[in-house]
Design a protein around this ligand. Structure first.
Ligand code: GLU
Length: 519
């Protein structure tokens, strides 16, 4: 890799849709390379296609990048010396470049309609000729689109960090449209112009864009020759380029991201927005770690890496060319591992958005439940935070994703009804009513500590002559509403005594009714 000048890399998405695992991987690899080399990470928005670009999409991308902790040195929102960074705001420059290319004789008109072009292509195939659009094959015209005349023959090569040397034959490359018949400049020209004007040193992007590389290389040469771009920048009053910048010296085309079934990434296999993964309770650090391993691995084969470790170890020549599989099960297991290693107070803060209504949990249909009632206040009170922090050690071992906290937390923060199935199952056993009554009496007078609560409840097994499960389960159902909960003594200890006693009292008629029903 040419290491002779400062690394300047860019993420250049079109703002139509949200960031998903594949697009974030492109952003992340650019970011990692910039951070690893102490270079510059630029975020340019390629919004020249006004029909597809939306402001919502851009805002959602910004939110996702910030949530992942990926910062950018120049670009949208943050600005920088070679802006603007929204391509649509650079249209004057793109037009000035197009005009200069036309004046220099590199562009020619093609006034065929799309239908006529299709017919022409078919005719060429029928005649056993390549359907490649080249200057000599297009009828003369004074209007219509403007195409760039690429070389007719010969080859062009580039060094790709992922694929090695890649070579194309010019004879197979159709002359691209650079200006539409309505005068709008197309993305190939805007993209190449801005890469040069912003001093991009290496283009790292998805392999779907490998095929546009030859025309881009040719444009780089034309725009740098005779100061064409420099003059155009000067003409429209945009910042001059650094004189040491040439064209990007290499490319890195990243392979496709597929699901663990090796098929195109589907919703079930993780093709969802970053915000959706956040809602499902993945930690940004797990996602960053996992996405970094999509096609890259450190030389020592480590799989668990923190952000700084990835930055230190990252290298583009360690990126593989075969499709990278995104494995949601593995992501989930890694996430659980990270959750278990977290400090309880820090974890409590991460759990808050899953309890205060910021992230809605799944409804019955697996979609976010719009009727969900928040479990915590917004912002949470000090008391709620203290209790949540006390709850963390009880649930930390059980969670793979943060959203699971909503399965356990409700009875600790608000009144919950008793689950009917749990009541039917547990209260039908002999001794349940007695366990609730004796439990209430025993708990009324003890110190409110885990040890004292445990001693009091274990003491009931002798008193009632039933096994401990038969004591504990009715109490668990009465107090938490469910027959599955975090460990009982610890759970009771972090609730208020009067809440526990009230719930035991309220459960008694329910337990009696179940018993009476059985006759
Ligand atoms: N704007 C292009 C896209 O969204 C990316 C261009 C590039 O990275 O060169 O596909």
């Amino acid at each position: 890799m040419a290491a002779d000048r400062e690394v300047r890399v860019r993420f250049a998405p079109a703002p139509s849709g949200w960031l998903h695992v594949g697009s974030v991987r492109t952003a992340l690899f650019n970011w990692l390379w910039a951070r690893h080399t102490r270079g510059t990470f630029i975020w340019r928005i390629e919004d020249t296609d006004a029909d597809r670009a939306t402001e919502d999409s851009m805002q959602s991308m910004i939110e996702a990048m910030r949530w992942l902790g990926l910062d950018w040195d120049e670009g949208i929102e943050v600005g920088g010396p070679y802006g603007p960074y929204r391509q649509s705001e650079r249209a004057d420059l793109h037009r000035a470049v197009a005009r200069r290319l036309q004046d220099a004789g590199h562009l020619y008109h093609d006034d065929r309609s799309p239908d006529e072009l299709n017919t022409w292509r078919q005719q060429r195939r029928d005649d056993d000729l390549p359907p490649t659009v080249k200057r000599g094959t297009v009828p003369d015209a004074d209007t219509g689109t403007l195409r760039l005349a690429l070389p007719a023959s010969g080859t062009v090569s580039v060094h790709d960090e992922v694929r090695g040397e890649v070579t194309w034959d010019w004879a197979n490359e159709s002359d691209p449209v650079l200006v539409r018949s309505n005068g709008a400049v197309t993305y190939p020209l805007a993209n190449a112009t801005d890469d040069l004007a912003q001093g991009v040193s290496l283009v790292c992007r998805g392999e779907d864009l490998l095929s546009v590389t030859p025309r881009q290389l040719f444009l780089y040469d034309l725009l740098l020759a005779d100061g064409l771009l420099d003059d155009a920048l000067d003409e429209v009053g945009l910042p001059a380029r650094d004189p040491s910048w040439g064209a990007p010296s290499s490319f890195a085309h990243l392979s496709m991201v597929v699901g663990e079934d090796r098929k195109k990434l589907s919703k079930r296999h993780g093709s969802v927005s970053i915000q959706e993964l956040a809602r499902q309770g993945f930690l940004p650090e797990t996602l960053l770690n996992t996405i970094a391993l999509l096609g890259w691995s450190p030389r020592d084969g480590r799989e668990r890496l923190d952000r700084d470790e990835v930055v230190a170890a990252f290298s583009l020549d360690q990126v593989g060319a075969s499709a990278a599989a995104f494995d949601v099960d593995k992501l989930t297991a890694f996430n659980g591992e990270r959750i278990r290693d977290m400090d309880p107070a820090a974890l409590a803060h991460r759990l808050v958005p899953h309890l205060d209504g910021t992230y809605l949990p799944d409804g019955d249909d697996g979609e976010p439940d719009p009727d969900h009632e928040p479990i915590l206040s917004t912002p949470p009170s000090d008391g709620e935070l203290v209790r949540l922090t006390a709850l963390v050690p009880l649930v930390q071992e059980r969670m793979q994703v943060l959203a699971e906290v909503a399965d356990y937390a409700p009875p600790f923060f608000r009144e919950v009804g008793i689950d009917e199935a749990a009541a039917a199952k547990v209260f039908r056993k002999a001794g349940s009513v007695e366990a609730l009554e004796a439990g209430a009496t025993a708990l009324a007078g003890v110190d409110w500590t885990v040890e004292a609560i445990e001693a009091a409840l274990r003491g009931l097994t002798d008193e009632l002559g039933i096994g401990f499960g038969k004591v504990a389960q009715p109490i668990r159902v009465a107090v938490t509403g469910s027959n599955v909960s975090p460990p009982l003594f610890e759970s009771l200890a972090i609730m208020d005594r009067h809440v526990v006693l009230d719930r035991l009292a309220a459960a008694l008629p329910v337990a009696r009714a179940v018993r009476d029903d059985l006759g």
